[in-house]
Write a protein that binds this ligand. Structure first.
Ligand code: ADP
Ligand code: MG
Length: 581
């Protein structure tokens, strides 16, 4: 683990260096005042006890008040300036990190849960914010106090230094030892809590399944067991914390007693004044406080290092699929021709081949259908054309250009994709249709909805196009969601169309309507259509049958039926299931 991961925050802090510099100066001055305090106390007490001078006492008291007023202003400036810096820096870090996530390829997201990524955005960023807003300043302040107080002690009270020197390391050792133990326990508590949260999220996310299988008690027990574990870790942490404070308090006050005793003897012997003794004590307390604070800051520092490493590892993550250094322009008018040439693909070096030597040509304006058993690789073909992944071997070209030479935004901008399981963003129906073209007019939106046969049901929603959908809005059926997803694509008017089981959640009647709409939409575009209901693909110009990643048959519906192969078996098998018999 690099000890200096935090330095990567510097480019973000740089624009605020003026504020940080001022905060640094205020910190220096307020610490200086803090360090001067015991000296002033000494004069004050000596004025009271030794010389008995009331005027002096009053002047010093007023002086002290003024000193603390100045220190108050300095503290305010420092806390505000650093706090503001921390907030700005972290806001930028969060938005930067989120944009980074959005650029990463789907492969990256299959390896991580979204919970993990959001916790980078929330808790890790908060940890770093604490460092910037307060802990860094605290670190410098305590170092200044430690050095300053020790120096003053050595200069003013060399005799009493020795006793302190004997007690202080003891305090440090205890703080470090317990600090480490407590941190380990804290991480354990956090981990156990994270486990419990995972259980809760899973169960709450699919409550209908839990309830329909009557597994409420089982889920409650599963959660309870995790909480029990976190409780056990938390209890031993509480125990250790209690012990820590008990021991530390005893050692610290024992030390103070020793110093008072020794100092009292020196006062009795007339070697020092009462004021000197008190000022010495105050310095000794400052030293001890600084050491304890530094020990606990060391733990925070390590936590912050961990957070910085996790955040910047993600920041520096390179998308596997990226724009070429010099993208070639794409033809702007012609209807695209898409060619798959000897494409092999697997999702990872250890995974089996998802596509094996797939070659296919989608001539301009052609409708090509992919059919075959599920798991055959149909969606994979669509994902490769969208460049969510790149082929392991072979290439895919768009009107003669390798799609890897084209800018991603151009490629994806030209493709309309209706995924297998469309989900909606929280927002209105209008926003959801306009997702690909936020500048579309209400007339255009309605036209798109009509063509996707979504207009009828949208009209019947409580607020029509302004109805909220998604997490906090009305729930739409699978078929309704699919029609909205189709309207979204109609509005985008892409040159290449990919429909992945786009009609699978529709009932027969709306399926016919939507198919009609899709039929219109396919005109003048190159279309790849995936369907498991074979009836829907009969009108395709050509069908490719994919089985276990291989193209096993190719031809029109009639040709394939004559071949009497997998397609005709699937087709007949499906016919038997239909009520025709
Ligand atoms: P289809 O759409 O024809 O049902 P897919 O293209 O979704 O089939 O899947 C083809 C194969 O690739 C399957 O064996 C599936 O398990 C695998 N697969 C699909 N997506 C992934 C992924 N993200 N990571 C690893 N394997 C995957
Ligand atoms: Mg699929």
């Amino acid at each position: 683990m690099s000890l200096f991961a935090l330095r990567k925050l510097w480019p973000l802090v740089r624009p605020h260096r003026g504020k940080v510099a001022i905060a640094g100066v205020t910190l220096l001055f307020s610490t200086a005042i803090g360090l001067a305090f015991p000296l002033v106390v000494r004069f004050m007490l000596d004025a009271a006890f030794v010389t008995g001078n009331l005027v002096n006492l009053n002047t010093i008291a007023v002086g002290l008040l003024v000193m603390f007023a100045v220190k108050g202003v300095l503290n305010f400036l420092e806390v505000y300036l650093l706090g503001a810096t921390g907030e700005h820096v972290i806001a930028r870090l969060r938005t930067g990190l989120f944009s980074r996530f959005l650029d990463l390829s789907p492969g990256f997201f299959t390896e991580r849960t979204s919970g993990e990524l959001t916790s980078r955005l929330t808790s890790d960023c908060s940890t770093l914010q604490a460092v910037l807003s307060s802990q860094m300043a605290e670190l410098f302040r305590q170092i200044l106090y430690l050095v300053g107080a020790l120096t003053l002690l050595a200069a003013l009270h060399p005799q009493l230094m020795l006793t302190t020197a004997a007690v202080a390391p003891l305090v440090v050792l205890i703080a470090i030892f317990f600090g480490r133990y407590l941190r380990r326990k804290s991480t354990e508590v956090q981990d156990r809590l994270a486990d419990a949260n995972a259980v809760a999220e899973e169960a709450l996310g699919q409550i209908p399944i839990v309830q329909s299988f009557v597994r409420e008690d089982w889920e409650a027990d599963r959660y309870g067991a995790r909480i029990e574990e976190s409780l056990r870790a938390a209890l031993s942490r509480a125990w250790a914390r209690g012990l820590f404070f008990g021991v530390l308090a005893f050692v610290a006050f024992g030390g103070i007693t020793a110093v008072l005793w020794q100092g009292g003897r020196l006062v009795l012997a007339g070697q020092i004044t009462a004021g000197e003794l008190v000022s010495f004590l105050l310095y000794a307390v400052q030293v001890a406080a600084a050491i304890t604070a530094l020990a606990s800051l060391w733990g925070s520092y390590q936590q912050a290092q961990g957070a910085a490493i996790r955040v910047f590892d993600l920041m520096e993550e390179k998308p596997e699929i990226a724009d070429p250094p010099e993208p070639v322009p794409v033809p702007t008018t012609a209807i695209p021709e898409i060619v798959f040439e000897d494409v092999w693909f697997r999702y990872g070096p250890e995974e089996p081949w998802a596509l094996q030597d797939v070659s296919a040509r989608l001539r301009p304006g052609e409708v090509v259908a992919l059919v075959g058993p599920s798991g055959g690789g149909k969606s994979t073909v669509a994902a490769l054309l969208l460049r969510f992944w790149d082929p392991t071997r072979g290439l895919i070209s768009w009107s003669g250009r390798d799609i890897r030479e084209v800018a991603l935004a151009d490629l994806r901008g030209a493709i309309g994709f209706v995924p297998q399981e469309p989900t909606l963003f929280s927002g209105t129906v209008f926003d959801n249709i306009a997702y690909g073209r936020p500048d579309a007019s209400p007339e255009e939106i309605e036209e798109a909805a009509r063509r996707a046969h979504a207009h009828e049901f949208i009209e019947r929603l409580p607020n029509g196009y302004e109805t909220l959908v998604g997490e906090r809005g009305v729930r739409l059926s699978g078929g309704q969601r699919q029609r909205l997803a189709i309207a979204r694509v109609v509005l985008k008017a892409p040159r290449i169309l990919i429909l992945d089981e786009a009609t699978s959640s529709l009932d027969t009647e709306s399926e016919q309507l939507v198919e009609e709409a899709l039929g219109n939409l396919m005109e003048g575009r190159t279309t790849l259509i995936i369907a498991h209901r074979l009836r829907t693909v009969q009108r395709a110009d050509r069908l490719l049958v994919l089985e276990r990643g291989c193209v096993v048959e190719e031809g029109s519906h009639e040709e394939l039926l004559l071949q009497d192969g997998l397609y005709s078996r699937l087709y007949r098998g499906q016919l038997i299931l239909e009520p025709v018999v």
